[in-house]
Ligand binder design. Structure first.
Ligand code: HEM
Length: 395
């Protein structure tokens, strides 16, 4: 193995600017050998068509523990990608069954019905943030608490238990901030709590995902895996995206003003921030269990491919003026939610949350602006899911 390979992920110039390597590789080397933090080698894809092709291929999964698969991080056990997929159904027919049952719940109709409660929670969080006075950290006060509350709503967790639920999510996601015994104790408690919650829904079903899946005869273990999987896949991703969305729109305040003047743009603006995200984290790894031809190059079976959806989302071959943010862009077939059989099952919910968060911010804080220059926003390091550590704002 050669040691002079570029190290991946690439460093970003600032939290909102993409690494220059994305454009270089798309142009000159769309299938690029890179070295991961673990020291293992992988192939990086940066072109839109190539990324879409590999993600859409049902033969390839995130089975990163297959023999010979590259390890993403040195300490793989803490990696989100090892655990993001609910344990219930890693591959094949079991995954299809799980996805069919869980997917039924995430309808646009149901998401619309949740919207007023999401808006009310967003309002309440902003009340608290405003009461604390400016400047305030939008991540701490707004972006992180909102999605965990939404997942509680989805699972039918009673209001009084939601504070504990946030703590469990925090220990699962921010492994470096807690001691191992705290993490172990928290995971045990969380498992026990979910078990009891499931039993209570069996006795008294509600209008929630757990009650619905119980009726579909998912076992308690499958249900616990599903609840944990949804929390892991749906909390930090959405929280980070709310922070990045706000930062992107405030970094050039004419974008914020455009939205204040034309609220109908909120929907397309959310799609455009998802496309334009320069700080998406690692990308989606796939283990090639069979040979495949990508963009004229044959990739051998046994290779680990890293799909950079964010680099693909800035491919001029797919998006006109890809380097510009256009809040009206339509169509916008970005890959921020992946593609194919593992694409984000929660995307209708994520869209509802992002659109609602943005609308409430525009309504309540029209004078919102960054309290620090955009170039100084601190990138969250050491995460497979990208984000900004702190978004200090005034209003
Ligand atoms: C802005 C927010 C979000 C982003 C950017 C995002 C992104 C993604 C991506 C890229 C994947 C594909 C993974 C792959 O191909 O290997 C995915 C899968 C998934 N997402 Fe999301 N997601 C978000 C929010 C959510 C929410 C709110 C939920 C649910 C509460 C959720 C649940 C899931 C699940 C369960 C999967 C696995 C699906 C499968 O393997 O079939 N996500 N997400």
């Amino acid at each position: 193995m050669s040691s002079d390979l570029p190290e991946y992920p690439f460093a970003q110039p600032t939290a909102l600017e993409p690494p220059p390597e994305w454009a270089e590789l798309r142009d000159r080397c769309p299938v690029a050998a890179v070295r991961l933090a673990s020291g293992d080698q992988a192939l990086l894809l940066t072109r839109y068509e190539d990324v879409r092709q590999v993600l859409s291929d049902p033969r390839f999964t995130r089975q990163l523990h297959a023999d010979g698969a590259a390890r993403v991080t040195a300490n793989e056990s803490g990696g989100v990608f090892g655990s993001e997929q609910p344990d219930v159904s890693p591959t094949g027919a079991a995954h299809q069954r799980w996805r069919r049952l869980v997917g039924r719940y995430f309808t646009a109709k149901r998401m619309n019905a949740m919207q007023p409660r999401i808006a009310a929670t967003a309002e309440r969080l902003l009340d608290d943030m405003i009461a604390g006075g400016a400047p305030a950290d939008l991540i701490q006060g707004f972006a992180f608490p909102l999605p965990v509350w939404v997942i509680c709503e989805l699972l039918g967790v009673p209001d009084d238990d939601r504070g504990r639920f946030s703590y469990w999510s925090d220990t699962m996601l921010s492994l470096s901030r807690y001691k191992q015994d705290e993490i172990d104790a928290s995971q045990l408690e969380f498992g026990e709590y979910l078990w009891a919650l499931i039993e209570s829904k069996r006795v008294e079903p509600g209008d929630d995902l757990i009650s619905e899946l119980l009726a579909e005869e998912l076992s308690p273990l499958e249900l616990i895996g599903t609840a944990q999987g949804l929390l892991i896949a749906g909390h930090e991703t959405t929280a980070n995206m709310i922070g990045k969305m706000t930062a992107m729109l405030l970094a050039d305040r004419s974008r914020w003003e455009q939205l204040l003047g034309e609220r109908a743009l909120v929907r397309t603006a959310v799609e455009e921030v998802l496309r334009f995200d320069a700080n998406p984290g690692f990308g989606m790894p796939r283990y090639l269990s069979a040979e495949i031809e990508v963009g004229g190059t044959t990739l051998p079976a046994g290779t680990t491919v890293v799909n950079s959806m964010a680099a693909a989302n800035r491919d001029e071959a797919a998006f006109g003026e890809a380097g510009e943010m256009d809040l009206r862009r339509t169509p916008n077939p970005h890959l921020a939610f992946g593609a194919g059989p593992h694409s984000c099952i929660g995307q209708a919910l994520a869209r509802t949350e992002l659109q609602t968060a943005l609308t409430v911010l525009l309504d309540r804080l029209p004078g919102l602006h960054l309290a620090v220059p955009a170039s100084e926003l601190p990138v969250r390091h050491g995460l497979l899911i990208g984000g900004i550590e702190q978004v200090m704002v005034r209003w």
